[in-house]
Design a protein around this ligand. Structure first.
Ligand code: PEP
Ligand code: MG
Length: 660
């Protein structure tokens, strides 16, 4: 029995809608298949279903065979024809993403300097410490096929099922733990679905049936599925390969009776040494106990660097193969500001670390008095020292650090951590919470700045040769008014609080601002018609492309403010990838070319009488702040950890009027 229909599920059978569809299919006894373009897969396998990549408005056929076939078809077709299927069944348990994407101020090229026994890498997070080494190099599990005798096969299949049950039980226990963050909950639930996926387990069973051992079979089955996922031209699906491999690894370890190398046992003050650490593993590690992080991989703006900085953990990254030599050391000294590490530190190195940590403690104590300071330049103008944030959880630490508002709220993190696009209500509530928390200071909310290098469920990105030069930021938003207008409506709603400003990323042309204004007007009219209260917000742009710098005098006539994004501006002016350790020396904001671009922007803004600020990481550099203030910048937005030092620097500036 079969029936065809056009899929109306919003954004197709992606992520959560796919999982719900499979759950519904599994509630029927009948075998159920879904067919698209002549290809059929079991409707009871979320993995296979995701691979079929069923999109909104595509035609599919549901086929069922069994006692309850008619009911199954009725229910599944009904699901496919419901645009909100899978999205509105649960109360939305949207959480806020964890860490702000705060790039580091100084990146140094990797080099080893054998003359003083220190290894030099990328200075990713400041701070110094000496601690015992905690080496984290998870064991590689390789399939080692050998043929099982026929009589051993049934027992091996049972072993497989026992291992799958064990892994799923551990995941269920994790889900039952009330302290599990909502963002982690969604990930564990997705992994649990994969671990119970019929197609995967059937494949592994078939291979065991042919005489393969269970470890090889499960690794083979997950590898093959992961390869299929990464072959699909869909950034979201490609990113799911990690989940599939992680599940295969968990089951294989359970079969081997081994435990995963676990960061939960890191001793107090230990320096974590690894080739790479998944952001999720690190975010869930006992960060308060970690004394330092040293990695072979990772760049100045990698997740590890961001998490380390937001938790004040010294980190040196990008050491390459040399990191393996550190794994067997007993102790390591690390200076995250200068970017060096030394194994088995001698007395001189220990004394240096002691001096550095003493200095840092004294500095922190001395800075505390600047928490409530309102720094002004010579002519009395307030210089706002604001925070760069990515989630609501960061509000309290930012306020405790003395933030005078928010100079950059990176909304993309709200989009990246969910299985579907955040709704207008969720966004409006998030932006309003932010505005209320910092009133009367302003909060500058940046519209979605997402590119082909970061997958977001619900937005399909083409594969791009150069994602940093591609379809990102305002370019993508203008092409997807459905997504952009949802965000703009949410911003208009949050603007009733009076202190919301909105900023567009990656602007290269005045037309992008004009087109955005048209959309804002449409949104205002739609909300007015629906009787929804809205407020007005100032619209500004980030200055982070050379094009924006070169047209800054004209651009200034169309916007209320500029915010200089030095992270991207530096990479585009210098044509040096901000993530690439080999060109880190070019990625230097103090290069005269970049400083000239900053000065041109400041001049254009002050001439036009609009506010100019900075939200790139250079804004927090105490050595550059005097120059930025001299150029006329009146707002500097940075990682909360840099705020007190910045306030002190501005407060102590010798009074001087800005450049004229
Ligand atoms: C910048 O480019 O300077 C910036 C602040 O934006 P992001 O780091 O999020 O690209
Ligand atoms: Mg940028």
């Amino acid at each position: 029995m079969e029936r065809s229909t056009i899929v109306r599920v919003h954004d197709g059978l992606h992520a959560r809608p796919a999982t719900r569809f499979v759950r519904l299919a599994k509630s029927f006894e009948s075998d159920v298949e879904i067919v698209k373009d002549g290809k059929s897969v079991s409707a009871k396998s979320s993995v296979k279903l995701m691979l079929l990549s069923v999109k909104e408005n595509q035609e599919v056929t549901v086929r069922a065979d069994g006692a309850d076939a008619a009911e199954a078809i009725e229910a599944l077709i009904g699901y496919l024809e419901n645009p909100r299927a899978g999205l509105d069944e649960d109360a939305e348990t949207e959480d806020q993403p964890a860490a702000p994407a705060a790039p580091v101020p100084v990146a140094r090229p990797v080099s080893d300097d054998s003359t003083d026994g220190r290894l030099r890498g990328i200075a990713a997070s400041e701070g110094a410490s000496v601690g015992p080494v905690f080496a984290h190099f998870p064991k590689e599990i390789r399939p080692q096929p050998h043929t099982l005798p026929a009589h051993a096969i049934p027992a091996e299949i049972e072993r497989l099922h026992a291992a799958v049950s064990l892994v799923r039980k551990r995941m269920a226990d994790a889900l039952a733990d009330a302290t599990l963050a909502e963002s982690d909950r969604a990930i564990v639930a997705a992994l649990m679905d994969i671990a119970g996926d019929e197609a995967l387990i059937d494949q592994a069973e078939r291979w065991i049936g042919q005489g393969m051992d269970a470890v090889s079979a499960v690794i083979g089955a997950t590898d093959a599925t992961a390869a299929e996922f990464s072959a699909v031209e869909d950034g979201y699906l490609a990113a799911r390969t990690d989940d599939i491999n992680a599940v295969g690894r968990q089951i294989a370890l359970a079969l081997l009776g081994e435990e995963e190398a676990d960061l939960s046992t890191v001793p107090e003050g230990a320096v974590l040494v690894a080739d790479d650490i998944g952001a999720w593993d690190l975010a869930r590690a006992p960060l308060g106990r970690i004394g330092g992080i040293v990695c072979g991989k990772g760049g100045a703006t990698s997740h590890i660097a961001i998490i380390a900085r937001s938790h004040g953990i010294p980190a040196v990254l990008g050491l390459g193969e040399a990191v393996k030599d550190l794994a067997s050391a007993k102790e390591i000294a690390i200076d995250g500001a200068a970017g060096w590490v030394a194994a088995e530190p001698d007395d001189a190195v220990r004394a240096e670390i002691l001096r550095l940590t003493g200095d840092a403690l004294r500095e922190r104590a001395a800075l505390a008095e600047f928490r409530d300071a309102v720094p002004r330049r010579g002519d009395g103008t307030v210089i706002e020292v604001a925070a760069n944030l990515g989630s609501l959880e960061e509000i309290d630490p930012a306020k405790a650090a003395g933030a005078m508002g928010v100079g950059l709220f990176r909304t993309e993190l709200l989009f990246m951590r969910h299985a579907h696009l955040p709704s207008e209500d969720l966004q409006a509530e998030t932006y309003a919470t932010l505005a209320k928390a910092f009133a009367p200071w302003s909060v500058i909310i940046r519209t979605l700045d997402i590119g082909g290098d970061k997958p977001v469920a619900g937005i399909e990105f083409p594969d791009e040769e150069n994602p940093f030069l591609g379809w990102r930021g305002i370019r993508m938003c203008l092409d997807r008014p459905d997504i952009f207008k949802t965000q703009l409506r949410a911003l208009l709603r949050a603007a009733v609080h009076g202190n919301v400003k909105v900023m567009l990323p990656m602007v290269a042309e005045i037309a992008e601002v004009e087109r955005t204004k048209v959309l804002i007007a449409e949104c205002e009219a739609e909300l007015a018609e629906a009787g929804v209260p809205t407020g007005r917000f100032e619209l500004g742009v980030m200055i982070e492309t050379p094009a924006a710098v070169l047209i800054a005098p004209q651009l200034a006539r169309h916007v209320a403010f500029f915010s200089i994004g030095t992270n991207d501006l530096t990479q585009y002016v210098m044509a040096a990838d901000r993530l690439h350790p080999a060109v880190a020396h070019l990625n230097d904001v103090t290069n005269p070319a970049v400083m000239a671009a900053i000065a041109m922007t400041a001049r254009a803004a002050t001439d036009a009488g609009i506010m100019v600020g900075m939200c790139g990481e250079a804004a927090g550099r105490a050595d550059l702040i005097p120059e930025f203030v001299r150029l006329g910048l009146t707002e500097l937005s940075m990682s909360p950890s840099s705020i007190l030092r910045a306030k002190k620097t501005i407060t102590e500036l010798v009074p001087e009027t800005p450049a004229d």
